[in-house]
Design a protein around this ligand. Structure first.
Ligand code: LLP
Length: 409
C-alpha cells in the first residue's frame, strides 16, 4: 500500500494534503510517511520471519533521531558506521545489544566508545583494526565480541559507485585473508570471534548475488570449522525507483537463508537501510523560476544537490511529480534543475510534462534513504526541514537550520 498518492489530483501523504502543508510551511522540506516506514519494516521482517533475524537498520540511510525512534519501537537494532551514529542510535533508545558497528576506518575514540557501550558486535574490516581493538580492549580490561567482514568478490549489478563486494573495493577481507585471520585470531586474547559479516553493495535488484554470497560463506565456514554465533548478511536490498525496475524476490532468498541458518545453527542479522525508508519520503520544492533554454525549458527549483545529492552523485533517477495535477499539456521538454552553481545540480528531464507555472510545487520521489543524511551546506545553504506525517498529524522532526549557525565558521 502506498501512503504517498493522489486524491482528486492532489498529492497526499497519508491523510495530509501536501497543498495544505505548502500553504503553511516554507519549502523545500523532506516529508515522510510514518506508516510507510512501519509497513516497510514489517514487510521486511515478515519476509524473513522463519529465520527470526535481528534487523539492524542501517543508520546512514536516514539518521533522523525521530525516525530511529519509530524503528526502535518496531524492535529494530542499528547498523552504525561512526561514533556519531552510535550515540544517536543509543539516544533513540535502541539497545546497545542490538547495535553492530561496521566501517573500514574506525578511530581509537570510536572503538573505545563502542567497547564502553557494550554493543553487540564490532565488525572488523582488517587485521590491523583487529590488533587495535584488541589493544584498546586490553586497556579497558574487557573481552570484546567481534565480527569479521568478508569481501566475497561478487559483482552485484548496481551503480559502480555503490558496489562494495568486489576484490577491488576497500571493504572487508578476501576469502583467503579472512580464513588465515580466523585461524590466527586466538593470538588476540581480548577478542571473541562471534560473527562473520558481509555487505556486497546497495540498490541490488536481483537476488542472485545474495545467493552467491551465501555459497561463499558456506565455503568459509566449512573450511574454518568455526561455529559463528551470528551471520550478518548486511543490507543492499533495492527498491523500484523507476517504473520498470525489477522488484527483488525476497521470498526465494529467505528460504535459502533459513536453510543456511538451520544448517549452521547461527543467528541471522540483516542491515537494511533503503528498503526500510527509501520510498517513504518526498522532497517538496517550489518552482522558483521557469527559464527558456535553446531546446528545453528549465524548471529551476528552490531545492538543489545540497539538499538531495543522489542524482548528482550517482545519476540516480528520481521522478518529480506535481503537488497538484492540472491535466494541462506542456509545450516541449522540461528539465528540473536546482539552484546550486554546478552543472550537475539537476534532477530529471521529461519530454512531456504537465504545464508548469512559476511558484508551482513539486515533489521529488523516493528520497527517504540517503536523502537528508547525505545533504550538506554547500553554497552556504542551511539544511532544510524534515516533517513526518502520521495519519492526519504532521510533526517537524528537524527544523530548517538557522542560517546564523553557518555564519561564524
Ligand atoms: N550495511 C553496510 C555495511 C553498508 O555499508 C550499507 C550501505 C548498508 C548496510 C545499507 O545498505 P542499503 O540496505 O541501504 O542498501 N549513498 C548511496 C548508498 C550507499 C550505501 C552505503 N552502504 C545511495 O544513495 O545509493
Amino acid at each position: 500500500m502506498s501512503y504517498i498518492r493522489y486524491k482528486n489530483n492532489n498529492l497526499f501523504v497519508e491523510n495530509v494534503s501536501v497543498r495544505r502543508l505548502v500553504s503553511k510551511l516554507s519549502t523545500p522540506f523532506y516529508l515522510y510517511s510514518e506508516s510507510n516506514i512501519v509497513e516497510n519494516y514489517k514487510s521486511f521482517s515478515n519476509n524473513f520471519k522463519k529465520s527470526k533475524p535481528l534487523i539492524c537498520f542501517s543508520v546512514k540511510a536516514n539518521s533522523n533521531i525521530q525516525i530511529l525512534k519509530v524503528l526502535k519501537k518496531m524492535g529494530s537494532g542499528a547498523d552504525v558506521v561512526s561514533g556519531g551514529e552510535l550515540l544517536k542510535a543509543i539516544k533513540s533508545g535502541i539497545q546497545p545489544s542490538k547495535i553492530v558497528f561496521s566501517g573500514v576506518g574506525k578511530t581509537e575514540e570510536e572503538i573505545r566508545l563502542a567497547i564502553k557501550r557494550n554493543i553487540l558486535l564490532i565488525n572488523v574490516e582488517s587485521e590491523n583494526e583487529a590488533i587495535l581493538i584488541n589493544k584498546i580492549a586490553g586497556n579497558l580490561k574487557k573481552k570484546i565480541a567481534i565480527g569479521i567482514r568478508l569481501n566475497p568478490d561478487i559483482n552485484a549489478p548496481t551503480h559502480k559507485k555503490i558496489s562494495t563486494g568486489k576484490a577491488e573495493d576497500k571493504f572487508g577481507l578476501s576469502k583467503t585473508s579472512l580464513i588465515s585471520f580466523c585461524l590466527n585470531i586466538k593470538k588476540l586474547k581480548n577478542l571473541r570471534l562471534k560473527a562473520i559479516s558481509v555487505h556486497i553493495g546497495s540498490q541490488i535488484l536481483s537476488e542472485n548475488p545474495f545467493k552467491k554470497t551465501l555459497k561463499v560463506l558456506e565455503e568459509i565456514i566449512n573450511k574454518t570449522k568455526i561455529n559463528f554465533k551470528f551471520v550478518d548478511l548486511g543490507g543492499g536490498f533495492g527498491i523500484a525507483y523507476k517504473k520498470n525496475d525489477r522488484k527483488i524476490n525476497l521470498k526465494n532468498y529467505s528460504n535459502l537463508v533459513e536453510k543456511f541458518r538451520q544448517k549452521y545453527n547461527c543467528s541471522i542479522i540483516f542491515e537494511p537501510g533503503r528498503a526500510i525508508v527509501g520510498d517513504a519520503a518526498i522532497l517538496v520544492a517550489k518552482v522558483q523560476y521557469l527559464k527558456k533554454g535553446s531546446n528545453k525549458t528549465f524548471a529551476i527549483l528552490n531545492a538543489g544537490m545540497n539538499d538531495f545529492m543522489r542524482t548528482a552523485l550517482y545519476d540516480a533517477v528520481h521522478n518529480i511529480i506535481p503537488v497538484i495535477k492540472n491535466g494541462k499539456k506542456n509545450n516541449g521538454p522540461l528539465e528540473f534543475v536546482g539552484p546550486i552553481c554546478e552543472t550537475t545540480c539537476k534532477f530529471i528531464k521529461y519530454n512531456k510534462y504537465q504545464r508548469m507555472n512559476q511558484s508551482d510545487y513539486v515533489a521529488i520521489s523516493d528520497v527517504g534513504a540517503y536523502g537528508a543524511s547525505l545533504s550538506s551546506n554547500y553554497n552556504t545553504k542551511p539544511l532544510i526541514a524534515e516533517i513526518i506525517i502520521n495519519k492526519s498529524k504532521a510533526r517537524v522532526i528537524r527544523k530548517k537550520q538557522d542560517i546564523k549557525s553557518l555564519l561564524n565558521q
